[in-house]
Design a binder for this molecule. Structure first.
Ligand code: 13P
Ligand code: SF4
Length: 343
């Protein structure tokens, strides 16, 4: 039996990632959130790693105005005409929304929602790297804080990393901060370009856990295809994709892969609630995963999303407000803008 049978059971009865019964139980909360959004001209942007109730969009009885990956959320935040963005994701994502739209108010329901990658590197670290490798362009994964981005040449997300790296003429590139994603990218570049990457020693505390668990699930499920995020250790990617069909890529690559694949069973090497998203989108397919959750993402709940909305116009609003020193914001804007132009 697959190790994650609990996970499969939990979501197998769902359509659109959440059951009718749950929607009905949560109705008072959902209704108040919808009313407050209207009252304050606010939108809710929600990452694919949120719990299912935060991923259901307004069309399906939920509260999210947009559900997407980190690139999609950046663009949605920039394009919305709303006065308030309630960001259901982690801090570096909410910061990116603010950097792109300082005229809007960005509220993050829990400022403790961090990221092991973003916390692994500072702006000073980047300055030291540049001194060690003069003239080598620095690509910052979007999973970094504003003061780190401020020292970099360009940003990328998991979706556009390959394209961004290839857009630079330089043979050598510094890629920060995820060493596993960097190794996976370098392995792809080996066959496609002459580029080499200088890496930082950061890792995602969720994706770095996909190792023997994925290998044993691959052995136990001979028909299943593999869905591995760029942040999964290169050793796991190499050992499993050597013998099994599948993909290493971004969240959106994973969604596209499932859409075009004829397989009915998949092993997911990414955050557990992406499994719920997939199950909601492809209810006839089966997703097997060790179900590892990002504890930072899970800090955001329907309740603290409502609390953030309730705080608007009160002294409590300050505790949710995302703000960045204007000099740093302007410096961090340049690499994000370049990323969006190159995407
Ligand atoms: P995406 O860019 O695929 O949304 O991933 C963000 C992330 O934090 C992955 O762990
Ligand atoms: Fe950061 Fe990993 Fe959580 Fe993504 S899953 S937010 S990379 S800790």
């Amino acid at each position: 039996m697959p190790l994650n049978s609990l996970f499969i059971e939990k979501y197998s009865a769902m359509t659109g990632g959440i059951s009718e019964a749950t929607i009905s139980r949560l109705k008072p909360l959902l209704e108040e959130i919808r009313e407050l959004k209207k009252k304050h001209h606010a939108v809710i942007l929600s990452h694919y790693y949120m719990t299912p109730e935060l991923q259901v969009d307004t069309k399906n009885g939920g509260v999210a105005d947009f559900v997407g990956d980190s690139l999609g959320l950046s663009v949605a935040g920039k394009d919305t005409k709303a006065d308030y963005i309630i960001f259901c994701g982690v801090k570096f994502m909410a910061e990116t929304a603010f950097i792109l739209s300082p005229e809007k108010k960005v509220l993050l329901p829990d400022h403790q929602a961090g990221c092991s990658l973003a916390e692994s590197i500072t702006g000073k670290d980047v300055i030291a790297l540049k001194e060690k490798h003069p003239g080598v362009p620095v690509i910052a994964y979007i999973n970094t804080y504003a003061e780190t981005k401020a020292e970099c040449d360009v940003c990328c997300t998991s979706r556009n990393a390959v394209k961004i790296a290839k857009s630079f003429e330089s043979k050598e590139l510094i890629f920060i901060p995820d060493k596993f994603m960097g190794q996976n990218l370098a392995s792809k570049f080996k066959t496609e370009t002459d580029k080499t990457l200088i890496l930082w020693n950061g890792s995602c505390e969720v994706h770095e856990q996909f190792r023997e668990n994925i290998e044993s699930m691959t052995m136990a499920n001979p028909e299943a295809e593999l869905l591995l995020h760029w942040e999964v250790p290169q050793e796991t990617v190499a050992s499993t994709l050597k013998t099994r069909k599948g993909i290493v890529g971004s969240t959106s690559d994973i969604l596209s892969y499932v859409e075009q694949s004829k397989a009915s069973q998949f092993i997911l090497g990414s955050e557990c609630d992406l499994g719920a998203t997939l199950k909601g989108m492809f209810p006839t397919k089966q997703f097997i995963t060790p179900c590892i959750m990002c504890q930072h993402m899970k800090r955001i709940t329907l309740q603290n999303t409502l609390d953030a909305l309730r705080s608007i116009g009160t002294p409590n609003e300050a505790q949710y407000n995302v703000s960045i020193d204007e000099t740093i914001r302007k410096k961090a804007y340049a690499p994000i803008k370049l990323m969006l132009d190159l995407s």
